[in-house]
Design a protein around this ligand. Structure first.
Ligand SMILES: [Ca+2]
Ligand SMILES: [Ca+2]
Ligand SMILES: [Ca+2]
Length: 236
């Protein structure tokens, strides 16, 4: 069946508009503490905003403060830890969002494949993150992150949450399974970035029949329907 050129163009424009609308909602946001975290330096609580999402970053335990280092991002300084620019021991760095966000990944730094201070044992630094619902995820360096790099790891999270907290065990005694001798690890890292997506449409966007207007299928069907309606009106 031949489709008139004008209808083809209308549908094409609407589909392109739909793709633009959907991609704008899916646009990824980044809390970049490597380049933009210096204002948090020395604070127990730092509040900021990224793409209209309010964000609060806190240092624990009591008396702890956030620290910023160029190229690495945020760590914690406290009497409970030993590295002024990393998170370890009883220190916890928590990032809270004022609305649910989908965290796709986090970028960690100073997370090394390193050698014990007291023996020749090499180990992968490790830690944990904890989401608002209590879910715990493991963090571990890769062999491709030796000391001499800045120990950067991009870790997939892929979960919707309102907060994420970071911690690392700090000094840890381990047993070398090869020779049976004890050695000491010091596990700690810094927070570089959090990549996330908003999960709610921007305020002021109307709902259509109780559904978000950003559903791709709804937009496609609605667009074609609108184009055909205008075509029929002109034909009549
Ligand atoms: Ca520390
Ligand atoms: Ca270490
Ligand atoms: Ca470290």
């Amino acid at each position: 069946m031949l489709v008139p050129l004008r209808v083809k163009l209308q549908v094409s424009v609407l589909v392109l508009g739909m793709v633009g609308a959907v991609s704008s909602v899916a646009m990824a946001s980044t809390l970049d503490l490597v380049d933009n975290g210096s204002a948090a330096n020395g604070l127990a609580v730092y509040e900021t905003e990224v793409d209209t999402v309010g964000i609060k970053i806190t240092a624990a335990p009591a008396g702890a403060v956030l620290t910023w280092e160029a190229g690495d991002g945020l760590g914690i300084k406290s009497t409970a830890g030993y590295e002024w620019d990393e998170i370890e021991g009883k220190e916890i760095l928590t990032v809270s969002f004022d609305e649910p966000v989908f965290i796709s990944s986090v970028v960690l730094t100073d997370l090394f494949y390193e050698k014990s201070n007291y023996t020749s044992s090499w180990y992968l630094e490790e830690g944990q993150y904890q989401l608002a619902d209590g879910t715990v995820g493991q963090i571990k360096a890769l062999v491709s992150q030796p000391t001499g790099t800045n120990g950067m790891l991009t870790l997939a999270v892929n979960t919707t949450t309102t907060s994420i907290g970071f911690s690392a065990p700090g000094y840890t005694d381990k047993l070398n399974s090869w020779c049976g001798t004890k050695y000491n690890e010091d596990n700690e890292f810094a927070l570089g970035k959090i990549n996330f997506d908003k999960t709610t449409p921007p305020s002021g966007v109307p709902e259509l029949n109780g559904r978000s207007p950003f559903g791709a299928v709804g937009l496609l069907v609605g667009g074609i329907f609108a184009a055909c309606s205008r075509r029929r009106k002109r034909a009549g």
